[in-house]
Design a protein around this ligand. Structure first.
Ligand code: ZN
Length: 328
């Protein structure tokens, strides 16, 4: 079963999280493979989306926010868009739109950042957002400080967290056709000036230096984790292997009902809103051509069909210019 583990290092300003998506990830891949239009993801796309899914759960688990966390990647390669959406209850869904061939050994830049136009966006969409209220969004490029292309989504997200939260973060991600997993370590901000009150200048410097040494040491341990270990070992073994000398304190893991799991939020009413937003003329055109309006959900593969009577029902009693979503 998929699981999220949170932990702290007692007395040290460092916290961490480990996620392993198994059933949730296999569910996402199986739904894609069952889609006769797209077929299964090629291996590099699967790895990218799996690493994004693991990162999305870690980022949602890391914030106190009542709303969806949406992680997106888009750019100028054959992978046009990758999306992972994680709800506050850790339910998640993910999909990738691919146009054109992806080679078996394609890198991140070859997939989504050919001319350095690739971007990664992190959106926090509050639950029950009012009409006109904008969700918070941060966008980062897929290149580093000197314009060099980044080849790991973990590097991109480490940059993002340093920029947006001013928090030093180490992120290790991996995914294959069975598991999508991630390990995150973050340095906590020093808790206010009061903490250091009564210390002389040199004591203060020593104390800050000590904290940064703790983080450096734990970072090095974290980065020593190999991809195969992250994918193949269970959480207990990974945490013990890396941090057995450290004062690790664990919280109750999130597993099963409270853990990460696949769930799609699509339904017929939302699809109806979307169709209505196309306008009468467009919808009549589709009906004339195809006899019905058929919409498939990219996340779960559900098919929604509206015959001419259903479609007409979407428009009856509603002013033509009413924005979608305004009526429930
Ligand atoms: Zn769906």
């Amino acid at each position: 079963m998929s699981e999220l583990h949170k932990f702290i290092f007692e007395g040290l300003p460092v916290r961490g999280m480990l996620v392993r998506l198994t059933d949730a990830w296999q569910d996402i891949l199986a739904r894609r493979a069952a889609n006769s239009e797209t077929g299964a993801y090629p291996a590099p796309v699967r790895q990218l989306l799996g690493e994004m899914a693991a990162a999305g759960v870690l980022m949602q688990g890391n914030i106190k926010f009542n709303g969806a966390l949406v992680l997106q990647i888009f750019g100028d390669g054959p992978v046009k868009l990758g999306v992972v959406e994680v709800q506050p209850d850790l339910s998640l869904r993910a999909t990738c739109t691919q146009v054109g061939e992806v080679a078996d050994d394609a890198t991140l830049s070859q997939m989504v950042n050919v001319n350095n136009e690739g971007r990664c966006a992190i959106t926090l969409d509050p639950l029950g957002r009012l009409p006109g209220q904008q969700p918070y969004q941060g966008v980062v490029p897929l290149f580093g400080d000197r314009g060099e292309k980044l080849e790991n989504i973990s590097d991109v997200l480490e940059h993002y967290m340093l920029q947006s939260e001013q928090l030093d973060t180490v992120l290790v991600l991996a995914a294959d056709d069975q598991v999508a997993a991630g390990l995150l370590i973050q340095r906590l901000p020093v808790e206010g000036e009061g903490n250091l009150a009564g210390q002389t200048g040199s004591q203060m410097r020593e104390s800050v230096l000590g904290q940064s040494e703790d983080f450096s040491r734990i970072s090095i341990l974290t980065k020593s984790l190999k991809r195969e270990e992250l994918l193949g070992l269970d959480a207990e073994t990974i945490l013990h292997r890396l941090y057995w000398k450290e004062p690790l304190a664990r919280f109750e893991p999130f597993v099963g009902e409270t853990g990460p799991r696949f769930a799609c939020r699509c339904n017929r009413e939302r699809v109806g809103h979307m169709i209505r937003s196309l306008g009468t003329e467009e919808v009549e055109g589709i009906l004339a051509e195809q006899g019905q309006v058929e919409v498939g959900c990219d996340f779960c593969g559900a098919q929604y069909r509206f015959d001419p009577v259903d479609a007409a029902g979407l428009f009856t009693g509603l002013p033509a210019d009413l924005p979608p979503g305004a009526v429930h």
